[in-house]
Design a protein around this ligand. Structure first.
Ligand SMILES: Nc1ncnc2c1ncn2[C@@H]1O[C@H](COP(=O)(O)OP(=O)(O)OP(=O)(O)O)[C@@H](O)[C@H]1O
Length: 274
């Protein structure tokens, strides 16, 4: 009898709303993982899981004080997470606002245009590395770099290897500081970046490398450094410095990190690109 009653209650509307409910939860979790992928927030999720497991175990064995301790950590941890992960939270909200959270990768300029831009970048880096011309090139991703762009000299130039090289020629007015790339244009040159105070950076590296690490600590930007001293190519992203990479490795990294944007369309609405 009870089974009949149960089946009567489970009507089509309930089934549909449960499926929609599940799909929404699944999609929100998917978006969260997309935003956090490759960030230090993944470590945080692991930490939270460990605390939850610890709490369940202590609750199971009736360890009242230990359970209370875990509860307190979880309560205050929520506030701490917001403070510590403020850049990630901001980035996620920015993505939500500009709709890029809902876009799949792969949109954008045609493959040939992307290849041409990457070729120009690789050609200029090869030229500068060979001649030990120091360079610092930052690629904007999801976090806006407006604050740093404003410290430099506006260029708004198309990307060509000639212009890239010219900007970094020593003793010219634009060579000092960082170049910032926004999509397929050189937004600015001679920008000032925040310096990292990390003690993990080798002592023989100076402020150019520290600035590259610095910007990767406070934004999701990808940065290429050519050393004036050695001609070595290094990159920074997600607070990490990878030294002495080859041009092939750089090409692969650019394919992942360089957001070459599609041409702007008229209008747009809430989720239009800014
Ligand atoms: N905060 C900063 N933002 C942007 N660029 C900076 C900043 N600080 C230094 N630079 C750039 O780095 C140059 C100085 O590089 P320095 O020799 O100290 O660094 P390095 O890491 O040893 O690099 P290299 O191997 O090229 O010598 C400056 O001339 C300037 O162009």
């Amino acid at each position: 009898m009870q089974t009949d009653n149960f089946l009567e209650n489970v009507n089509t509307a309930t089934v549909i709303s449960s499926i929609v409910d599940l799909l929404i939860v699944w999609y929100v979790v998917y978006l969260l993982i997309r935003v956090m992928k490759g960030t230090k927030a993944i470590q945080l999720i692991k930490g939270i899981f460990l605390i939850l497991i610890g709490r369940s175990i202590s609750n199971f064995f009736d360890l009242t004080t230990t359970t209370q301790m875990f509860d307190t950590v979880l309560e205050w941890g929520f506030l701490a997470v917001i403070v510590i992960f403020q850049p990630e939270v901001r980035r996620a909200l920015e993505q939500l606002g500009r709709g890029s959270l809902f876009r799949t990768n792969g949109s954008g300029s045609s493959t040939t245009e992307k290849d041409k831009l990457r070729e120009a970048m690789i050609k200029s880096v090869r030229y500068m590395a060979k001649r030990r011309i120091g360079a610092l090139i930052v690629f904007e991703k999801e976090t806006g770099l407006k604050d740093y762009i404003e410290t430099g000299i506006p260029i708004h130039g198309n990307i060509t290897s000639e212009l890239l090289i010219n900007i970094f020629i020593p003793n010219t007015p634009l060579h000092d500081g960082a170049m910032i790339i926004q999509g397929n244009t050189i937004a600015t040159a001679a920008s000032y970046l925040p310096l990292s105070d990390s003690n993990k950076i080798a002592k023989n590296l100076g402020t150019r490398h520290r600035a590259a690490v610095g910007v990767s600590e406070v934004t999701d930007a990808f940065t290429v450094v050519v050393s004036e001293e050695t001609g070595n190519i290094s990159v920074t992203y997600d607070s990490r410095l990878t030294k002495e990479i080859t041009l092939e490795e750089l090409d692969n990294l650019l394919q992942t990190h360089w957001n070459i944007l599609p041409p702007l369309k008229e209008g747009g609405g809430l989720f239009a690109r800014k």
